[in-house]
Design a protein around this ligand. Structure first.
Ligand code: SAM
Length: 281
């Protein structure tokens, strides 16, 4: 066993430090880590400890908590802890529903969409591809897609818009030629979203449970998919009310396929399709 492996074998996250760190993560980012996530937290944070040269979680927890919620380590820790899984046209039924059922209500309009918890941008660019097609077909006049996330690393990737070649698999073939540039490097094949589409997007670093709130209001659509699942009920309620404030009357909130508000429906919202909700006024 090498020194690094030996070190990681011997470092354990105690119950006390698990509680200190998970409480800090909850208070700062809203992400709820129940006791069953103890080992997940330990494993995901080990690389941070090793990078910084700490040999105990207790010292690492002191360091993070001392820096506080605005400290660099709070964000580095979140980068290690958060789940950023995403892909182009993920849960593709939503895109079909948007095109066929929702967008026709907005004929000729300027469409503003927010992808809340956008990860590395695949959802934002999928929406931009679809909306650009609608614009070229003369169905909408123009559009912009906003994206936010708490992870600074992941947002940098979103802005760069460079993805491994395998990511094209979920992009409809008719969009690939139009919206993707292919790298010439044969050893490391990547794709990049074309500049015309990148220009229609706007990424901001914003914590959905924080005070910074810069996304415009009056949006027709808010996509918040596969993000609410990391929050407890109380935080979900707060985040949903925040999202609703940004929606125009009659605007739509779209959640992930495994997320539902059915048992916890906020006032002024009605379900129009599973996981698709409309603001009433
Ligand atoms: C699993 S990804 C979902 C990405 C995309 N919406 C999708 O469905 O494919 C969840 C994202 O939410 C972000 N996130 C978690 N808590 C957040 C918070 N408090 N504020 C902003 N973003 C957050 C994570 O960093 C992560 O990138």
């Amino acid at each position: 066993m090498n020194d690094r492996a030996f070190l990681s074998e011997s470092i354990r996250l105690s119950n006390t430090d698990f509680r200190r760190l998970s409480t800090f993560i909850y208070d700062t980012f809203g992400i709820y880590l129940p006791e069953k996530k103890h080992y997940l937290l330990q494993n995901r944070l080990l690389s941070r400890l090793q990078k910084l040269g700490y040999t105990s979680f207790s010292d690492y927890a002191d360091f993070v908590l001392k820096q506080g919620e605005h400290g660099d380590e709070a964000f580095a820790m979140m980068d290690a802890v958060s789940t950023n899984k995403t892909e182009f046209f993920r849960e593709k039924k939503h895109f079909e529903f948007l095109k066929k059922e929702l967008l026709p209500h907005y004929f000729g309009q300027y469409i503003k969409v927010w992808s809340a918890g956008c990860s590395s941008g695949e959802e934002v660019y999928s929406l931009a591809m679809l909306l650009n097609e609608e614009k070229q077909a003369g169905h909408i006049s123009n559009f912009v897609v906003y994206g936010n996330d708490i992870s600074k690393n992941i947002l940098e990737k979103a802005v760069k818009a460079i993805y491994p070649y395998r990511a094209v698999a979920s992009i409809p073939p008719e969009y690939r030629k139009k919206y993707l540039l292919r790298s010439r490097n044969k050893d490391n094949q990547t794709i990049r979203i074309v500049p015309e589409l990148r220009a229609k997007t706007n990424f901001v670093w914003e914590n959905l449970v924080g005070n910074r709130d810069t996304i415009p209001t009056g949006l027709q659509f808010v996509f918040c998919r596969n993000t609410l699942i990391y929050f407890d009920k109380e935080t979900q309620n707060k985040v949903v009310s925040r999202l609703l404030k940004h929606l125009a009357p009659k605007g739509y909130l779209i959640l992930g396929h495994s997320e539902s508000l059915i048992n916890n429906m906020p006032k002024g919202l009605k379900m129009v399709y599973p996981t698709v909700y409309q603001k009433e006024t």
